[in-house]
Design a protein around this ligand. Structure first.
Ligand SMILES: C[S@@+](CC[C@H](N)C(=O)[O-])C[C@H]1O[C@@H](n2cnc3c(N)ncnc32)[C@H](O)[C@@H]1O
Length: 228
């Protein structure tokens, strides 16, 4: 993973949650909650939340599986993790670690479910991350991915305008970091979505089945893979 990208997330960590609320009109909260439906598993499940950032998904999972389940949340940015830890300080079934989703140091089949929300677009080697998540999840478990897409048609044009003008403008004003939000626009525009992303999952030869759900006309997608 490029250090530059991790440094960028560390730089914006303090305003990351505020920006997510502003730029998505809080919709990201709804999309993150939707993930839970696809993470259904046994009550004593072990979860791995990759690229957890400020910990939203890890916290939702830890609360939902409070009785018996446990969550390990990983990220490469210590600054993002510090905020996640603060948000989760009253939650007992969650642990945080600095770790790279492309090189997971956990044994095969260690988890019942791995999640990654708006993180997979930021890794240096998409295939490595997809393989690693499948490797550490049991073959009856799930890898659940939430990521931006690029809508088609008029909706796509509007989204492109919003992302290339408004998002970068708000980033410059609120976070004083034009680069970070230009990076968001550029990576969303270039990243595979929908069936193209499912093909990338298949090419890793690590999943026996894959599925997807389009959110908000294609602004985001949930991808679910069952590891081999
Ligand atoms: C856009 S944020 C997503 C944070 C959070 N999951 C969310 O949904 O709000 C992307 C995160 O990916 C992390 N990241 C990027 N590459 C990574 C890698 N190879 N391994 C672990 N974390 C990584 C960054 O540090 C950053 O916190």
């Amino acid at each position: 993973m490029s250090n530059q990208i991790i440094e960028m997330f560390s730089r914006i960590a303090g305003k990351y949650d505020l920006m997510n609320d502003l730029l998505s009109f809080t919709l990201h909260r709804l999309w993150k909650k939707k993930i839970l439906k696809y993470c259904k598993t046994k009550p004593e499940a072990k979860f791995l939340d990759c690229a957890t950032g400020t910990g939203d998904i890890a916290i939702l999972l830890a609360k939902k599986f409070r009785e018996l389940g446990s969550v390990l949340a990983i990220d490469l940015s210590e600054e993002m993790l510090a905020i996640a830890k603060e948000k989760a300080k009253r939650i007992t079934n969650i642990d945080f670690e600095v770790a790279d989703v492309e090189k997971l140091e956990y044994k095969d089949d260690s988890f019942d479910c791995a999640t990654i929300s708006y993180g997979i677009r930021n890794v240096a080697h998409l295939d490595k991350a997809l393989k690693e998540m499948a490797r550490v999840v049991k073959s009856d478990g799930k890898v659940v991915i939430l990521e931006f897409g690029m809508p088609k048609g008029l909706w796509g044009l509007l989204f492109k305008f919003y992302s290339s003008n408004i998002i970068t403008f708000v980033g410059k004003i609120v976070v004083k970091d034009f680069f970070a939000y230009k990076y968001l626009h550029d990576t969303v525009a270039a990243f595979p979505c929908g069936n193209d992303f499912l093909k990338r999952m298949h090419y890793t030869n690590s999943y026996k089945s894959t599925n997807m759900k389009r959110l908000c006309g294609g602004i985001s997608y949930i991808y679910v893979g069952v590891p081999k």
